[in-house]
Design a protein around this ligand. Structure first.
Ligand SMILES: NC(=O)c1ccc[n+]([C@@H]2O[C@H](COP(=O)([O-])OP(=O)(O)OC[C@H]3O[C@@H](n4cnc5c(N)ncnc54)[C@H](OP(=O)(O)O)[C@@H]3O)[C@@H](O)[C@H]2O)c1
Length: 319
């Protein structure tokens, strides 16, 4: 079969032949892959920098996707951490980590949307007690995950959603995704945090795709400008676009009723992630959320990798 093959962690995958994988366990089957998303998680897998990475090479990237089984059914699947991923003509999936999709589902939309939508869906449903009517601030809302977080939060009953991002052009589009207000993160973290303090100091939940210096400044501003510091504030760390580490002020944890939790592979047990897949896939398949996706054929995977435009989620499709 043909596949996207990584042979060095500092180079993009190339399109070449690779032995097709064979099912070994009783729950495993071979699927024809129809779509697999090029998520930040996949980029970090291919560069060997994800926290689950090993030094095994060559590897085929791709952590999830949509495939067709021999019986003609469409399935969304999530792979185990593996060196033989989904960006190939075929992949071995575990039926227990996959769900059957309605036959008229758009494989590209599902493959594009599941990973970014899952980030906020699981965070709000599994990591905190989110109640309808609560207000949400999304830090780093201009990406695929952020745009879906606006829609997921509203779908799950959020009262007010404030979307914050640094890219002015993309920020201006976010009310179209359901944001009630947008806040620019341009300038220094302290300048951006001032604006956040004015617009979002009283939110109930922060969904954080940024971390780094931006989060440290934002947390300080929000905690100190809160009108009721006894009101619970749940800060859910999901991504680290602004930096892997943040200097969290100790006073923030003492001076306000702040809880910081993370949401991702590990902090949410696999069985709980899998349990959320059917409901989320059903919403995406039914078109509840706007998913910006761009299909790219497998043979062009190397060019797709070098494309830095993150406005649409690239989805690798068969040739
Ligand atoms: N834990 C989970 O379950 C989970 C699931 C999915 C994603 N994630 C993580 O969430 C993060 C976002 O993912 P994504 O799918 O939204 O990625 P994406 O579609 O590539 O978008 C990334 C966004 O982040 C913005 N950005 C980058 N650096 C920034 C900074 N310093 N300050 C403000 N904005 C910045 C980019 O804006 P520009 O246009 O300005 O570059 C872009 O809009 C990644 O770290 C990803 O690994 C985690």
């Amino acid at each position: 079969m043909y596949a996207a093959v990584v042979t060095a962690f500092d180079a993009p995958p190339s399109y070449r032949e690779f032995p097709a994988p064979t099912p070994t366990g009783s729950d495993e089957v071979l699927v024809d892959v129809l779509a697999s998303g090029l998520h930040p998680r996949v980029r970090s897998q291919a560069s060997g920098s994800h926290y689950t990475s090993t030094d095994e090479l060559p590897l085929i990237p791709g952590v999830d996707g949509v495939g067709r089984t021999r019986d003609g059914k469409l399935r969304y699947f999530v792979l185990f951490d593996t060196a033989v991923g989904a960006m190939a003509e075929q992949a071995v999936i575990d039926l227990r980590r996959s769900i059957v999709l309605p036959p008229d589902s758009d494989p590209v939309a599902v493959a594009a949307g599941m990973n970014p939508a899952m980030s906020s869906w699981i965070a709000l449903r599994q990591r905190i007690s989110f109640a309808p009517g609560q207000s949400v601030l999304i830090l780093g809302a201009t990406g695929s995950s952020g745009k879906l977080a606006i829609q997921v939060a509203k779908h799950l009953g959020a009262g007010r959603v404030v979307a914050a991002g640094r890219n002015p052009g993309k920020l201006a589009t976010l009310t179209g995704f359901g944001a009630d207000e947008t806040v620019s993160l341009s300038g220094s973290p302290e300048e951006a945090a001032d604006r956040l303090g004015q617009a979002a100091a009283d939110v109930d939940v922060v969904i954080d795709y940024l971390w780094g210096a931006m989060t440290a400044a934002a947390m300080r501003a929000i905690v100190t400008q809160r009108s009721d510091r006894g009101k619970p504030l749940s800060w859910i760390e999901i991504g680290s676009m602004s930096g892997p580490e943040a200097e969290i002020p100790s006073a923030a944890l003492r001076a306000a009723r702040l809880q910081i939790v993370g949401s991702g592979q590990g902090s949410v047990p696999t069985r709980d992630i899998l349990a959320e897949l059917p409901a989320l896939a059903a919403e995406i398949a039914r078109g509840t959320f706007t998913v910006d996706a761009r299909p790219v054929p497998l043979r062009d995977v190397e060019t797709a990798w070098k494309d830095a435009d993150n406005d649409q989620r690239i989805v690798i499709t068969p040739n």
